[in-house]
Design a protein around this ligand. Structure first.
Ligand code: CAA
Length: 257
């Protein structure tokens, strides 16, 4: 039987994907990317989905990068195909219509950092280690790092990390805006549970529209982005969710979304 490289657990519309290659610190090989893309193709069709959480198996590593053993002997054409597969898969994760949370427990390096950069939320354990160490291997980031990292932390810090290959700890990752929260490792799971419950408990159409407004708006100049916000704001008033949310406020009760 082939190795199960991604575990899927679901509860109340929240899907948890666990990349599971602990012996290789959950490094991304073709098998993981193929399975991840297959799962994401299914998830992007689901109207009942509320949030997705992605993590790595074990307490040592989120994802320690692309699989170096698999990449070592690739030709330029094979390297291009591998990067294209990863870019396509990571883009699918980024453009899921619901919030995606990266739960980073330990090493988050190279392709792992690039995966986390495509998530809406990143929550890290206090022992997490981040970096783009590709130059130490004689290559550059190939899963989106040279483009998403400067957009997240600014070009100066991105160039610092990408050209030195240095590793940073969770506190520095928090300071530069690479992650949203740092938690003691023992409290990481409880916090992730609380966060995903909070995301899943809010108005689902409003949460989706929020993500769409931010993501699509960032690609546009300000006036058209603001027009997009207005259109989505108005669209919210076309559904039951706004009626329930605002009635609940007026009636001093919790909304039932
Ligand atoms: N690919 C394949 N295998 C990996 C791996 C990776 N990225 N990272 C770790 N492993 C494997 C190790 O080879 C080792 O396997 P064996 O037990 O069979 O020897 C196992 O995982 C455990 O690793 P270590 O013994 O090295 O554990 P450590 O605690 O001493 O060190 C580490 C941990 C600092 C993360 C170290 O493993 C390391 O530096 N890994 C590579 C990190 C890296 O360079 N990532 C970037 C990859 S390139 C990339 O991602 C390109 C891109 O943009 C697409």
């Amino acid at each position: 039987m082939s190795e199960k490289v991604i575990e899927v657990v679901e509860s109340s519309g929240v899907v948890r994907l666990t990349i599971s290659r602990p012996k290789a610190l959950n490094a991304l090989n073709s098998a993981v990317l193929t399975e991840l893309e297959r799962l994401l193709c299914e998830l992007e069709q689901r109207n009942d989905l509320r949030a997705v959480l992605i993590t790595g198996a074990g307490e040592k590593s989120f994802v320690a990068g692309a699989d170096i053993t698999e990449m070592k002997d690739k030709t330029p054409e094979e390297a291009r195909a591998f990067a294209s597969q990863a870019l396509r898969t990571i883009k699918r994760l980024e453009t899921l219509p619901v919030p995606v949370v990266a739960l980073v427990n330990g090493f988050c390096l190279g392709g792992g950092c690039e995966l986390a950069l495509a998530c809406d939320w990143a929550v890290a354990s206090d022992n997490a280690v981040f970096g783009q160490p590709e130059v130490l291997l004689g290559v550059i980031p190939g899963f989106g790092g040279t483009q998403r990292l400067p957009r997240r932390v600014g070009p100066a810090m991105a160039l610092d990390l990408v050209t030195t290959g240095r590793k940073i700890d969770a506190q520095e990752a928090l300071r530069i805006g690479l992650v949203n929260r740092v938690m003691p490792q023992a409290e990481l799971e409880a916090y992730a549970d609380e966060l995903t419950k909070q995301l899943a408990g809010n108005g689902p159409q409003a949460v989706r529209a929020s993500k769409q407004a931010v993501h699509d708006g960032m690609e546009q100049e300000l006036d058209s982005a603001l027009a997009l916000e207005t259109a989505l704001f108005a669209f919210c008033f076309a559904g039951e969710e706004q009626k329930e949310g605002m009635s609940a406020f007026v009636e001093k009760r919790k909304p039932n979304f």
